[in-house]
Design a protein around this ligand. Structure first.
Ligand code: NAD
Length: 258
């Protein structure tokens, strides 16, 4: 699907991978709606990208009402929704039992599933309803593209990652049936499963820790850049034949238990 003059809603759009996608799509001529709960970063990024091309909406991905209103704001500002990129997520670490044998917090498990899984589903379903109203692209028949963010932890979760890995495995699991559900409408659905990427999530760690993480990647032996994630997201938006797939972006990394 062509990108110029189309509109993308991007959750987690004020930081890391989501922000990189926003900048990439704007440079390809799109308008972007940044959906995030970080108002300070949102206002700053809207100004930095330019209010004629970017709109920030403060909305929590777990809220039906807030996301519904955010998608309406996207249509009011730019006329339609063509791309939905789900990047909002959290990555708490907690073992099932801690060192003194106490069980992990069920509340934290449920919160991780609510933001990473239900939040992704909530935004995707509401964006799809809006995409269904688009006139199909004259050349490709497409009405829209949804991209979800999984993680290689969804395949090989590490110690302390039960909640995170479960939420990301579920994203991988819903990708094909969501693509099948929306195929008749010309809406494609794919996911990206990143390895270790240099976003604030990781760049907040001490440099030796980042270096060690990068050194474990077979090639190239470094952290991935948000720009590399954004490049892949752009390609998925443009390549009409990629559908129902989760693509690893990890330099051949297969994570060990810890
Ligand atoms: N960085 C990595 O190495 C890596 C690897 C694999 C997967 N991922 C996934 O990529 C996605 C983006 O991660 P990132 O590294 O860019 O992180 P990040 O922390 O830089 O960005 C995440 C953004 O999501 C927003 N957010 C959090 N909860 C939200 C909610 N309930 N509603 C709306 N917005 C919310 C945050 O405010 C933040 O701006 C996440 O889903 C993460 O699990 C990251």
């Amino acid at each position: 699907m062509q990108i110029a003059n189309q509109t993308a809603v991007i959750t987690g759009g004020c930081s890391g991978l989501g922000l990189a996608v926003a900048k990439q799509l704007v440079s390809a001529g799109a308008n972007v709606v940044l959906i995030d709960i970080n108002s300070e970063a949102g206002a700053a990024q809207q100004t930095a990208i330019g209010p004629d091309k970017a709109l920030f909406v403060n909305a929590d991905v777990t809220s039906e009402a807030a996301i519904s209103a955010a998608i309406d704001s996207a249509v009011n500002a730019f006329g339609a929704v063509h791309f939905c990129i789900n990047c909002a997520g959290i990555a708490p670490a907690e073992r099932v039992l801690n060192k003194v044998g106490e069980p992990a917090s069920l509340e934290r498990f449920n919160q991780t599933m609510a933001i990473n899984l239900s939040g992704t589903y909530n935004v995707a379903r509401l964006a799809a309803a809006k995409m269904a109203e688009n006139t199909p692209d004259a050349d490709t028949g497409e009405r829209g593209v949804i991209i979800n963010t999984a993680s290689i932890a969804g395949y090989e979760g590490q110690i302390g990652q039960t909640a995170y890995a479960a939420s990301k495995a579920a994203i991988i699991g819903l990708t094909l049936p969501m693509a099948r559900d929306l195929a008749a409408l010309g809406i494609r659905v794919n996911s990206i499963a990143p390895g270790v990427m240099a976003t604030p999530l990781l760049t907040a760690m001490p440099q030796p820790v980042q270096d060690a993480l990068g050194a474990n990647v077979p090639f190239p032996a470094r952290l991935g850049s948000p720009g590399e994630f954004a490049q892949l997201a752009q390609h998925i938006c443009q390549n009409s034949y990629i559908n129902g797939e989760t693509i690893r972006l990890d330099g051949a990394l297969r994570m060990q238990p810890k």
